[in-house]
Write a protein that binds this ligand. Structure first.
Ligand code: UDX
Ligand code: UDX
Ligand code: ADP
Length: 461
């Protein structure tokens, strides 16, 4: 019983919309799910026969697509047709940080959300339930509702908030076994309709209903708390380096306190990803806009520590290599913001590379899933130097051994499992001496590397 929902549309076929709708379709074979996007290239990629070409790399996603695509899961550029036919419409478009005007660099840019709302209003001739999937500032539902009610053809709209908590790299597992599903809204029938879709595979007691604003705010707060844990342990990593404590040991010791818990305490070169920084900035902006300056300052500090951690890592490399990296080759292992994803948004690697390039280092990058043009796009977007210069100073290669060939140092930026299994003897033999390894993820075995003759530095030791 799906409370009358026969067709679902999702606007936005990105990291959130693609995997989420694939699982909803897989688990609800009697509901037709159409994911639409303006970007035709992206839709073609979702429809590609070769699963290696899917626009998003997620372990297990290919099997879900193989089962549902063409049965009740469709990817299309026909946005209006999908809106018209759907009983329920998920909005899953990007909400980047504003790059212009008021709130530049902090507030969320809601122009894509607003465009969606206007388009739905223009096209809809039957009642719709609109579901906000994108992360948005508190009270965005009111904006959507207002646009729908003022520009629509008089058909009834219900707006729900249903934030997505999946993490990249584990998206399918997170979707299969969510800690919770959060539904915010006012209309009991609309909430029941959305609930019934998740109940196809999620136990009822994991589905929480709240008011709209609590739901919207909870998404921002969940990400802010997670980011805060990373910045907290990263701040302690610096203290460990000067006191002789080991941050992994500290993390283990405090994590055994059930009030603190063991997860999300891995010190690193800094958190990245499309969510943490964006949502923190958003929270800070909202707090400031209500004149809650103490609250804003508190959360802003989480970002400051993260920026500090990235630069500190780059500085450690320079300082250890006799205070100059000018003309030296540094091999980057990893560019993605974490393992098991091809996503590089806000990856620490970008900022570390930029800092080292300013010191005239030469960088060769190997990442198992990230393409060369993506790496250049990330660097060029910073506009620290010309595209030509970036092209000259940095290269992406398809083999880790090639990246390390003749290198003075290795900087490990992403915790890909395969890095642990490499032939480190072979790598060492082909490097300049002394051969430095800077482990920004603490995944390598210090004793093994030191026995091979590497000079090994890891965060927080
Ligand atoms: C604390 C630590 O819990 C304990 O492990 C350590 O050994 C000593 O310090 P204590 O100060 O006795 O213990 O009390 P605790 O229960 O931790 O509460 C500390 C304060 O935080 C109290 O004022 C409490 O009311 C407040 N608190 C705690 C909150 O306001 N909200 C909470 O969710 C938890
Ligand atoms: C995050 C949230 O986890 C997810 O619930 C939300 O829906 C979207 O934002 P994601 O950004 O995909 O997911 O990845 P996550 O695993 O949270 O990692 C974020 C960053 O923090 C990564 O760069 C990761 O390497 C870093 N991190 C995470 C650490 O440095 N240490 C940790 O202990 C955990
Ligand atoms: P997320 O990580 O939130 O999923 P992405 O950037 O990966 O974000 O995906 C968002 C997608 O939404 C992009 O593919 C973009 O082309 C699409 N999009 C944005 N605005 C619209 C719109 N008005 N109609 C259809 N698709 C849109």
């Amino acid at each position: 019983n799906h409370k009358g929902i026969r067709k679902i549309a999702c606007i936005g076929a990105g990291y959130v919309g693609g995997p989420t709708m694939s699982v909803i379709a897989q688990k609800n074979p009697h509901i037709q799910v159409t994911v639409v996007d303006l970007n035709a290239g992206r839709i073609d990629a979702w429809n590609d026969e070769n699963f290696d070409n899917l626009p998003v790399y997620e372990p297990g996603l290919d099997a879900v697509i193989a089962e549902a695509r063409g049965r009740n899961l469709f990817f299309s550029t026909h946005v209006e047709k999908a809106i018209m036919e759907a009983d329920m419409i998920f909005i899953s478009v990007n909400t980047p940080t504003k790059t212009y005007g008021k709130g530049k660099g902090q507030a969320a840019d809601l122009k894509f959300i607003e465009l969606c709302a206007r388009q739905i209003a223009e096209v809809a001739t039957s009642p719709k339930i609109i579901v906000e999937k994108s992360t948005i500032p508190v009270r965005t539902a009111a904006t959507i509702k207002s646009i729908l009610d003022h520009t629509g053809k008089g058909v009834p709209f219900q707006v729900l908030s249903n934030p997505e908590f999946l993490a990249e790299g584990t998206a399918i597992q997170d979707l299969y076994k969510p800690d919770r599903i959060l539904i915010g809204g006012e209309d009991p029938d609309a909430i029941a309709a959305l609930r019934s879709i998740y109940e196809a595979w999620v136990p009822s007691d994991r589905i929480i209903a709240t008011n709209l604003w609590s739901s919207e705010l909870s998404k921002l707060v969940a990400n802010a708390f997670l980011a805060q844990r990373v910045s907290s342990i990263n701040s302690i990593s610096e203290l460990c380096e000067v006191t002789g404590a080991n941050v992994d040991e500290v993390a283990q010791a405090i994590g055994r306190d059930s009030r603190i818990g063991p997860k999300f305490l891995k010190a690193s070169v800094g958190f990245g990803g499309s969510c943490f920084q964006k949502d923190l900035l958003n929270l800070v902006y909202i707090a400031r806009s209500y004149n809650l300056n103490q609250v804003a300052d508190y959360w802003e500090q989480v970002i400051k520590i993260n920026d500090h951690q990235k630069i500190r890592f780059a500085e450690k490399i320079i300082q250890t290599m006799y205070n100059t990296v000018n003309g030296k080759k540094i091999a980057f292992m990893g560019w993605a913001f974490k393992k098991d994803t091809n996503d590089t948004r806000e990856s620490a690697a970008i900022y570390v590379a930029d800092h080292l390039l300013e010191e005239r280092a030469k960088i060769e990058v190997f990442d198992p899933k990230v393409q060369e043009n993506q790496i250049y796009n990330d660097l060029n977007a910073l506009a620290t130097r010309s595209k030509e210069e970036n092209q000259k100073l940095l290269k992406a290669v398809s083999s880790p051994y090639q990246a390390c060939e003749g290198a003075h140092a290795i900087a490990l930026l992403t915790e890909w499992d395969e890095f642990i299994e490499y032939d480190w003897q072979r790598i060492k033999n082909n490097m300049r001496k002394p051969a430095f390894v800077f482990d920004g993820r603490k995944i390598l075995d210090r004793k093994k590397l030191e026995d091979l003759g590497f000079i090994y530095y890891a965060i927080g030791e």
